[in-house]
Design a protein around this ligand. Structure first.
Ligand code: ADP
Ligand code: ZN
Ligand code: ZN
Length: 762
């Protein structure tokens, strides 16, 4: 059947699909999921993806024709298209925005004005050398003899024969030019001479950018008795439920259990997606997976360049079990890869906030979107955490999810002992050494004395969060954002953590001209500096955004710590999750208070999770670990719960609070933020939208108001929060909100507004 029209998703933030005419010349080749080239607007050509072919004449005139079909076979499958549509509906963005987040940028030759399209993706080729023809044994010997007075040439040919083990009658194998040069200690000139003599010849061969390992797969480890019981209860839960939550304490062997489920799926010929919230975590787990599953295991995260991403994409799409990926480990964006045959999705550390993308659109939650993806594949979802999110645990309570628990650590090692160190008291008694309590220093000293390792956690990077005039209290702020500038000592600059603005350190106060500028508070950089002073012979390293900008930085730091070339590692939340170090026995939390006092309805839940996670790094092998939590408020309820590793009390308290004050998961939440460069105009438009929404939603509308950070990159911001009862249709509410926004957009001058909708903004 041939079709007249194609609906195309274009990489634009405009909601809706775009219909084009299919010219006869493409009626055979155009297919759903292929990229096509079309004109949009006056001049610009775009590549987009065909999402539907049909014969329903659209109600508009002058339908433009498709200009070119780019692909020979589809690059996006049917399930992906459905998934994009769900994300675009639920998160209230365009399918084009989803597509842009989903596909490697190299798939979109943007701003291209030529037909046919020039592909941005280029297969990687390397120079190889091979024999120019199939020489007989006799002929080869003659050649070698003839080269006896040209030792370099002789050696180059011999090296080639050595490397390939060539014998007459065998297939001619190419050898990497670089390898041959090294082996023969030869030069390109020599190879050139040999090729002029028609002895050797050069060829370009396509090589992948992705690394393969050569190891022989190891059998799986045997599950412990407790693990086996948990494994079986997950199997049972899956009999009745599509989604199961595994609540397993840190180091109980959740990963080990996942591995057993993966094996089962791979044996059935199914694909598995395994997600983690942070790149830093992938580095250890990928080795564990590759050990068992070898080269069918792929990895995906933002540190891959665009060309590599295309290759990963192709390997996931490749259904050949020998060459394609069957198991993919990745961070949140990996849910967009072209899986064709998922049997299981594993979401590890399911509670983690990094699964949510806040900016730009699509503002999706990867856990929730992955659950939808699994549903489209009729696959199961296994959520895992040592401190599940309130919403997931609530789904268990409600009977929506299956549940399994694993309460003991592998090897029956006790959960770490938690010691609270009262900073207020220590300051009062003048016992603090810079930012360290005696309890913390004592524990670190003890660990170092036994050649054990230490992690110090501080959730702020840089040297100090702000500097201040000691005379008048003046604080330098960003010129573009309503935030204090953070002092970075390494580069000796003040940096804005919201926009990246950088400026030199003022020698005088900008207000009273005094020279008494002092640093306030502390970040990871300062802790690094000061711990080095206290323990001068310890080997200290730091892991945060600033020290991990290079592609392999995470990997290097983690390796160094594993190999015990680092004694004390200081870091932000990057080091708090999922990592498994044999010799790490002491964890210090420098300041638990700034976690707890964060103004957000999830602050307590998040603090509990973070403290539980970071504690979980300590004492994972031979013996119990020790965690020192520094706080000015040791009586704090959450801290008391962490002390007892008491997840259930935390859940109950949070659930109670949220029911009372109407917060998720007991209501839906949508946040609209409006940005404008002009404050008065912003107020005006925010007022209009707020008023309109109030007539529709009444008291469910909160705001408009200025958020905590009311200006970023010169844009003033106001937000409107919508809280909707669970009983009311989400789809209908979203529709009403979109219509209201469309009405606002009709106002003269409203085009200078930026409007962002965030569904489940937490
Ligand atoms: P979790 O994911 O729950 O934090 P892991 O799977 O990382 O726990 O397990 C913690 C440690 O115990 C790891 O070093 C792991 O190799 C080891 N371990 C767990 N289960 C087993 C097992 N069944 N056999 C051997 N080692 C195990
Ligand atoms: Zn001053
Ligand atoms: Zn800024």
């Amino acid at each position: 059947m041939t079709f007249k029209f194609a609906d195309i998703i274009l990489p634009l933030a405009i909601r809706g699909r775009f219909t084009y005419l299919i010219p006869d010349e493409f009626s055979e080749t155009i297919k759903q999921g292929k990229r096509v080239l079309v004109q949009f607007g006056n001049k610009k050509l775009y590549s987009g993806v065909v999402c539907r072919l049909h014969n329903d004449t659209p109600g508009i005139e002058n339908i433009r024709p498709v200009k070119d079909v780019i692909d020979t076979s589809p690059v996006v499958n049917d399930i992906q298209l459905k998934h994009w549509q769900w994300i675009s509906d639920y998160y209230m963005c365009s399918e084009g925005e989803v597509m842009k987040a989903a596909m490697p940028a190299a798939f979109f030759p943007e701003g291209e004005t030529s037909v046919p399209v020039i592909e941005k993706y280029k297969p990687k080729e390397e120079s190889f050398i091979k024999l120019a023809s199939e020489f007989t044994e006799k002929k080869l010997n003659e050649i070698l003899d003839s080269l006896s007075r040209a030792p370099k040439q002789y050696e180059t040919l011999s090296a080639y024969l050595r490397l390939t083990g060539y014998a007459s009658g065998m297939e001619i194998k190419p050898v990497r030019k670089s390898l041959l040069l090294k082996e023969a200690e030869s030069s390109p000139g020599i190879i050139e001479v040999l090729s002029v003599k028609s002895i050797l010849t050069a060829v370009s061969i396509e090589v992948g950018r992705l690394k393969n390992t050569e190891n022989i797969p190891e059998p799986l480890r045997k599950l412990s008795e407790a693990q086996l019981i948990t494994y079986n209860s997950i199997c049972n839960a899956f009999k009745g439920k599509e989604i199961t939550l595994l609540h397993g304490v840190t180091s109980s062997g959740k990963t080990e259990i996942y591995i057993h489920f993966i094996e089962e799926q791979l044996k059935k010929g199914k694909q598995v997606l395994y997600t983690l919230p942070e790149i830093a975590l992938t580095s250890q787990i990928i080795l564990r997976l590759k050990k068992h599953f070898g080269n069918v295991t792929g990895i995906y995260h933002s540190r891959f360049n665009d060309q590599e991403r295309v290759e990963i994409w192709k390997k996931v799409a490749d259904e050949n079990p020998c060459t394609g990926y069957r198991l993919l480990l990745g961070v949140r964006s990996s849910i967009f890869l072209p899986f064709s045959n998922l049997g299981l999705v594993i979401i590890d550390e399911e509670h983690d906030g990094s699964y949510k993308q806040h900016d730009p659109a699509p503002r999706y939650h990867a856990r929730d979107s992955a659950i939808i993806l699994a549903g489209l594949h009729k696959a199961k979802t296994l959520l895992g955490s040592a401190s599940p999110s309130v919403e997931s645990y609530n789904n268990v309570v409600q009977g929506k999810y299956g549940f399994a628990v694993l309460k003991e650590r592998y090897g029956l090692i006790k959960l770490p002992e938690i010691i609270l160190a009262n900073t207020r008291e220590a300051y009062r008694k003048r016992l603090m050494v810079s930012h360290f309590t005696p309890e913390l220093l004592h524990a670190v000293e003890e660990a170092l004395g036994k050649n054990e390792q230490v992690i110090l956690f501080q959730n702020r990077r840089g040297f100090s969060p702000y500097i201040e005039c000691s005379e008048c209290g003046w604080i330098p702020v960003c010129i573009q954002c309503a935030v204090n500038l953070t002092y970075h000592k390494g580069i000796n600059k003040l940096v804005c953590h919201y926009c990246g603005f950088t400026t030199s350190l003022p020698s005088r106060c900008g207000s009273c001209n005094s020279t008494g500028m002092v640093t306030r508070g502390f970040g990871t950089e300062k802790i690094e500096d000061e711990i080095k002073i206290v323990f001068p012979s310890a080997r200290v390293a730091r892991m945060d955004q600033d020290t991990t900008r290079n592609k392999n930085a995470f990997h290097k730091i983690i390796r160094a710590f594993e190999e015990q070339r680092i004694d004390i590692l200081i870091g932000t939340q990057m080091i708090s999750k999922g990592l498994d170090f044999e010799n790490l026995t002491v964890v210090g939390v420098l300041n638990a208070d700034n976690l707890l006092n964060y103004p957000d309805f999830r602050a307590h839940e998040r603090s509990f999770q973070l403290l539980e996670q970071v504690s979980g790094r300590a004492g994972r092998r031979q013996k119990q670990g020790k965690v020192i939590i520094q706080t000015a408020d040791p009586a704090n309820k959450i801290i008391r719960m962490v002390l007892r590793h008491d997840y259930l009390s935390m859940f109950k308290m949070q659930a109670e609070e949220r029911k009372t004050f109407n917060y998720p998961p007991f209501c839906r939440m949508i946040r609209i933020s409006l940005k404008h460069k002009d404050r008065a105009q912003l107020n005006n438009y925010a007022g209009i939208l707020g008023g309109d929404l109030k007539t529709l939603f009444g008291k469910r509308i909160l705001g408009p108001e200025y958020p905590l950070i009311s200006r970023i990159q010169s844009w003033y911001i106001k937000t409107i929060l919508i809280k909707i009862e669970k009983e009311i249709s989400g789809a209908k509410s979203r529709q009403l909100i979109l219509e209201s926004i469309e009405r606002l957009e009709m106002f003269k001058g409203a085009s200078s507004l930026r409007i962002a909708i965030d569904v489940d903004p937490y």
